[in-house]
Design a protein around this ligand. Sequence first.
Ligand code: PEP
Length: 251
Amino acid sequence: MKMRRPFIAANWKMNKTLSETREFIANFIPVVRDVSDIDIAIAPPFTLLRAAAEALKGTNILLSAQNVFYEEKGAYTGEISPLMVCDAGCKYVIIGHSERRQYFNETDLIVNRKIKAAKKAGLGVILCIGESLEEREAGKTFDVLLKQIEEGLNGVDLENLIIAYEPIWAIGTGKTATSEQAQEAHAYIRERLKILYGNRADESCIIYGGSVTPDNIDSLMACSDVDGALVGGASLKVDSFCRIVKFKKEK
Ligand code: PEP
């Protein structure tokens, strides 16, 4: 039996309107009301955070943002600060998602600044790391993960920090990492965290993301170092996300 509390998060990316959000949450709450042994989070787009917070009030579902800027306030047109995200009712924020690294040029240095600002504001952080297909095929997976861990977490403690291993080749592609590939990467991440932080790393929640579905969640969660999931596509429908949240636990 794993000692760490599982964490399952929905990353809605740039999807859903206000009415779709209200409908999803209204249907989702009753199904997961009895789930007390795992943490569940939903990360809607910024425009929906306040309404989602209202709808989730008094439930066991946490609210997360998908991104944040690293400054507290000021002349940064179009950006959202950690304080604003807290103010909207978020407990977590996803930082360093591969789509942000790829399309918005987020470097490990920027990711590091965002993590520090988010933690300073009292937010829990879901830090995404992972290699591209070319990097995996060139045998560079561990080098990439190490750089993202060391630079992303420079000067950061592990308190309230979740690491999401998301191999880029598995995100939105329907190509899931096998349980063995996920376990190998998660064990490596934990080993590096141990080098940096000591035994505290045994308590760290390391979750997997990349085409997680109701069909593969049970085998992923059976891996000793996989502590949860960050779910994109399959989190947009209540039925599939409910089945993921209610994964079958190992005996
Ligand atoms: C993600 O958005 O973090 C993700 C893993 O997406 P998907 O589940 O669609 O691959």
